[in-house]
Design a protein around this ligand. Structure first.
Ligand SMILES: [Zn+2]
Length: 141
């Protein structure tokens, strides 16, 4: 299991770019019910990055996670693979993707896709996607 915890200052410029995009998205989160604002970004196979934020709904189950928004933006642009994902939490704890988002990411990722978890203080933990969802649902079994 590849786990690295580092300060953002030690992260690559590339990862810092993903964090910057996720933080921008986080500012637009629609979280009037929980107040839990999340931002996400994905680096796609077209070498572009796409951001997303959580969008809550008065009918709670209809809310959408930040990762889903970033994936939708990526798909809309025509990209087909996620190379890296970054999720920034609104507090000092890491905010790993929920179970549903792990499966959504799985649709476009592979075992080695990097998943960066960032806190509001700029700490980053990086994992391989297989560490988050080692036995993903796949129609091929
Ligand atoms: Zn989720």
């Amino acid at each position: 299991m590849a786990k690295i915890t580092q300060n953002i200052a030690a992260a690559s410029e590339h990862t810092q770019g993903l964090l910057s995009l996720a933080k921008s998205a986080q500012l637009n989160a629609h979280a009037p019910y929980s107040g839990f604002r999340v931002g996400a970004s994905v680096l796609a196979n077209d070498k572009q990055s796409y951001g997303g934020c959580n969008v809550e709904n008065a009918a709670y189950p209809l809310g959408q996670c930040a990762e889903a928004g970033a994936i939708s933006a990526m798909v809309l642009a025509g990209a087909t693979q996620i190379k890296e994902v970054l999720i920034v939490s609104p507090n000092t704890d890491f905010c790993p993707p929920c179970g549903g988002c792990r499966q959504k990411i799985s649709e476009f990722a592979d075992r080695n896709t990097l998943v960066h978890l960032a806190t509001s203080e700029g700490k980053i933990k990086t994992l391989n996607f297989a560490d988050l969802l080692p036995f993903a649902f796949d129609l091929d079994g």
